[in-house]
Design a protein around this ligand. Structure first.
Ligand code: ACO
Length: 326
């Protein structure tokens, strides 16, 4: 078995409030709060890169695990906003934290489910014995791929990074008890950045048509998300051999409070057990679960030994769940 040995996070200093957005697009604080639960989000500074935020979260996670970057055997960076299309952002993170050359790394693209996907991959590497210490970072610099004239998307997202170190379990019952991963590629067009890949390489026309920014059919994903997140969470709980009543904490992807309230009801887990920070950070995609996990651990709201369920869903559509005894 593997365990989460340490957690860390990084959030840029600049705060963008709903009232700031009221001055940018035709929206209102009341609409955003009522429809999503978001009040403010963080925006990276000019010159700050995805790998900078990832490295900052990674350093915190390593320190909390009592490890150095030289101890790492693998680096996984879950992101849809890499430093550049080539090479992997994991390469820049390796350099910035000072990991060894025989510590490989790669990026993992599963949008908001990226951290859960990364956790599942790290779990397999550690269980199988191919690695002892795996760094999993969820990081997004979404502010650079948002259309700041599109009120249906720009109010929802924020920048940030969260990280964990996955290491061998100590035999005390603490560890990653289950992970569940799912995907439904038929819904890919509902959330995508249409241009900038091989389908629509960058041209003056694609830039002028704003096709390098995030596009989302929010209400289509909303309906799917409630059902899928509840099912992934319930299955992860079942596979962990525990019951929903035993789950002490839920650390969910923070996309929409209304989605999460419906998931809580469907899973039969009291709302008070959900750890929420969507009001302060918005949707940080693959960073949202590890940011919320780190916050709850550092503030002592989740204690070592507690039973925690996690779930996330995003572009793809990709989604998944996990149950961890912290
Ligand atoms: N301010 C004011 N009005 C707005 C805004 C805004 N920012 N955005 C949309 N509206 C309007 C729409 O134009 C629409 O107006 P109309 O009725 O006159 O046409 C009305 O509000 C309702 O729009 P809906 O899209 O139906 O609103 P909904 O209640 O579905 O909320 C939201 C939209 C918040 C996006 C919701 O659908 C949602 O959270 N979806 C899921 C998002 C998600 O989970 N994505 C996956 C993760 S992201 C990732 O992977 C990167």
């Amino acid at each position: 078995m593997s365990r989460i040995a340490g957690t860390g996070r990084y959030l840029p200093a600049r705060v963008l409030t709903n009232h700031d957005l009221e001055r940018m697009v035709d929206t209102s604080d009341a609409w955003i709060v009522e429809r999503t639960g978001i009040r403010e989000r963080r925006i990276a500074a000019d010159g700050e890169h995805t790998s900078d935020m990832a490295a900052a979260a990674a350093r915190e996670a390593l320190a909390s695990a009592g490890l150095s970057a030289r101890d790492l055997d693998l680096i996984l960076v879950a992101t849809v906003t890499p430093d550049m299309p080539l090479p992997a952002t994991a390469m820049f993170v390796q350099q910035k934290i000072g990991a060894r050359n025989d510590c490989p790394g790669f990026d993992l693209s599963a949008a908001c489910a990226g951290f859960i996907y990364g956790l599942a991959v790290a779990d397999q590497f550690v269980r199988g014995g191919a690695a002892r210490h795996v760094l999993v970072v969820g990081v997004e610099l979404l502010s650079r791929v948002l259309d700041w004239t599109d009120r249906s998307t720009c109010v929802l997202f924020g920048d940030g990074a969260g990280a964990v170190v996955v290491s061998p379990a100590l035999g005390d019952g603490r560890g990653i008890l289950s992970t569940t991963l799912y995907a439904d590629g038929s819904l890919a067009p509902a959330l995508c950045i249409p241009a900038g890949g091989s389908v629509e390489p960058a041209t003056a026309a694609t830039v002028a048509a704003r096709r390098h920014f995030v596009r989302m059919e929010g209400s289509q994903i909303f309906k799917f998300a409630v059902r899928a997140l509840a099912q992934a969470t319930r299955t992860a709980i079942e596979r962990a051999g525990v019951t929903p009543e035993e789950i002490e904490h839920v650390v969910p992807h923070q996309a929409n409070l209304r989605i999460l309230a419906a998931v809580a009801e469907r899973c039969g887990i009291p709302w008070e057990r959900f750890h929420l920070n969507i009001d302060r950070y918005g949707n940080t995609s693959s960073a949202s679960v590890p940011i919320a996990l780190d916050e709850a651990m550092r503030e002592g709201r989740i204690r070592p030994g507690a039973l925690v369920a996690m779930c996330a869903l995003g572009g793809g559509i990709a989604w998944g769940g996990a149950v961890v005894r912290m």
